[in-house]
Ligand binder design. Structure first.
Ligand code: DX5
Ligand code: ZN
Length: 222
């Protein structure tokens, strides 16, 4: 499949969100990635329901909601109600992950599980068949603009091999430090959804940066 691009709203201008959302609407981006941080699971707080609802009001692309929060089950229904199309929970935050994944599906959302840089891909073996999407964190969650962790390439190859065996339709997303320099190698390693925050919103022309990530030279289309 052709890879998808999900610009991360975390790096947008919060005083002018509508403008950035309209830029994404008109761009070649496929989704909008929405980072929710609770100051507990990660050492940072981003934003909550009213902001997601406001984003949804203008967004013409699906919202990919990344929950970096403890005990996400408490809030899944509300995130669906304010506009989530896909919901990503963290493996490290869900003691009853299978139940959580089923609940996300019952809500009618795409069900995704994220793993932190220290969490082995192998731990997903017994849940991968139930998932629509996995998210391989390529930085420690909590902040935009961090340096990409090189070990991620191996994790992407490993999850790609696991998906061939158990779930060939699986979406494999990578999040953190994605830019024009690593995009081709990430796709070659197995990623088919790329989240990009700073590399898009810090660019002089964010829409052109999205186009570049969507159409990198050297990636053959099939
Ligand atoms: C980090 C978030 C990311 C972040 C990515 O915890 O999950 O989605 O916005 O930002 P960049 O692309 O700047 O690393
Ligand atoms: Zn994210």
């Amino acid at each position: 499949m052709n890879h998808l691009i999900a610009p991360s709203i975390l790096a947008a201008d919060f005083a002018n969100l509508q403008l950035d959302i309209e830029m994404i609407n008109k761009s070649e981006a496929d989704w909008m990635h929405v980072d929710i941080m609770d100051g507990m699971f990660v050492p940072n707080i981003s934003f909550g329901f009213p902001v997601v609802r406001a984003i949804k009001k203008y967004a013409k692309k699906p919202l990919d909601v990344h929950l970096m929060i403890v005990d996400p089950d408490r809030y899944l229904k509300e995130f669906k109600e304010v506009g989530a199309d896909g919901i990503i929970v963290h493996y490290e935050a869900c003691p009853n992950l299978h139940r959580t994944v089923q609940y996300i599906k019952e809500l009618g959302c795409r069900a995704a599980v994220a793993i932190n840089p220290h969490t082995p891909v192998a731990l997903l073996e017994d849940i991968i068949g139930d998932l629509d999407q996995v998210l391989i964190m390529s930085v420690n969650p909590g902040f935009g603009g961090q340096k990409f962790i090189e070990h991620t390439y191996k994790k992407l190859s490993d999850i790609k091999a696991m998906s061939r065996r158990y779930n060939p339709e699986l979406l494999i997303e990578v999040d953190g430090g994605v830019d024009e320099h690593n995009v081709e190698r990430l796709i070659e390693a197995g990623a088919n959804v790329l989240v990009a925050g700073n590399s898009v919103f810090s660019a002089s022309d964010p829409s052109a940066a999205i186009t570049h990530l969507k159409n990198p030279k050297g990636v053959s289309r099939s």
